[in-house]
Design a protein around this ligand. Sequence first.
Ligand code: FAD
Length: 389
Amino acid sequence: VTGAPPAGVSDPADPLAAVRLAAAVARDHAPAVDREAVFPSASVATLRRYRLMAAAVPRRFGGLELDLATMTAAARILGGACGATAMIWSMHQVQVACIARHAGGNDTLVRLLRSGVADQFLVASATSERGVGGDLRTSHAHVERRAGECHLDKHATVVSYGGQADAFLVTARRGAGSPPGDQVAVLVRRADAELEQAGAAWNPMGMRGTCSPGYRIRARFGAGQVLPTPFGDVAAATMVPLSHLLWAGVWTGLATEAFDRARRFVRERTLVGGLSSGEHRLATADQLLIGLEARLADAVQRYRLVYDGGGAPTSGLGVCLNALKVAASTVSVDIAELALEICGMAGYQEDGPYTVARILRDLYSARLMIANDRLLDANALNLLLTRRD
Ligand SMILES: Cc1cc2nc3c(=O)[nH]c(=O)nc-3n(C[C@H](O)[C@H](O)[C@H](O)COP(=O)(O)OP(=O)(O)OC[C@H]3O[C@@H](n4cnc5c(N)ncnc54)[C@H](O)[C@@H]3O)c2cc1C
């Protein structure tokens, strides 16, 4: 933490003012973060400075308790500036929301959350696992209880900002004899864990600043660090819907930035008297963007009933949020591709005011972050088994 927030910017009445300040820093650093595939330290320091790392945490634990619409708007603003910063912020919000909403009366978790929020800690997610891929609801690793302590040993295949995280939310089977779907989530502090980077070095196509290689995580922790809510319930009520909402916010932000660059390009062209097919494509991109915004707003309203209202997550909500994720992950790419076609070579360049290269590379990760095929399969099964609500 780099100090108290400057006056005014942490005003709960306008938290998005602080998000915009953080986004300005993120925008300045985005090209270098992408080029070097390094963690966006300056952007995250600014988010910490404005206490935005605790956006999703209730006030009773020291957080900002931002509502869903504001958090989605924040993800979108950050996404327009730097996809990696926005994705790191969003993934972290999901982890702290899971801890805050599912800690129950667990004193250890509440204490760790409070002190973590005071320090604006960064929490990474380790759900992916060797041999499991993106199947969130399956684990091989298990929690082992011996001599009054718990242990786990997990080969996580993708852990964003694992090297920078202060803590990890790790999924594992409840015990050695538990089936793959009987999972718990464990809050593992950095000090509890031995981390060994595994697999290929991190040199991906996009979202390079998320720094997401694989890690073998060997942890020793107290039984109080295991979330008391079964992971299946945590996933249905918080992890899956909030992830899909905030990720969709990030991708919509990236697509909006591509759209804005294309619009400026067409304006410039029109001013110098040239005619192009850009105007038509711009209108098509706008139509897609309006659809994405409407979907996001609708999903916020539907999920609010569970997130704020304490309602039980229905299979209909799951279908809706999965559909949002699949749509946002592909429509955002369609918008950025239209922007590329509008801007031509100026868009294809890695630098310059009309480049959409980084935006497109970042957006191609969207369909892999829990493979769309998996989500469509899950939705198809749900739609066959239940009525649409
Ligand atoms: C930028 C980024 C950041 C990430 N950060 C994290 C993180 O912090 N923590 C974390 O745990 N994970 C993270 N992930 C991992 C991610 O969410 C997925 O878990 C991971 O990408 C799955 O790996 P996979 O695509 O190789 O495997 P799979 O999910 O197994 O997919 C491989 C292929 O198999 C197909 N496939 C697999 N199963 C099915 C099925 N049932 N039906 C149909 N087709 C199927 C898929 O369509 C795909 O083509 C991140 C991913 C990205 C891109």
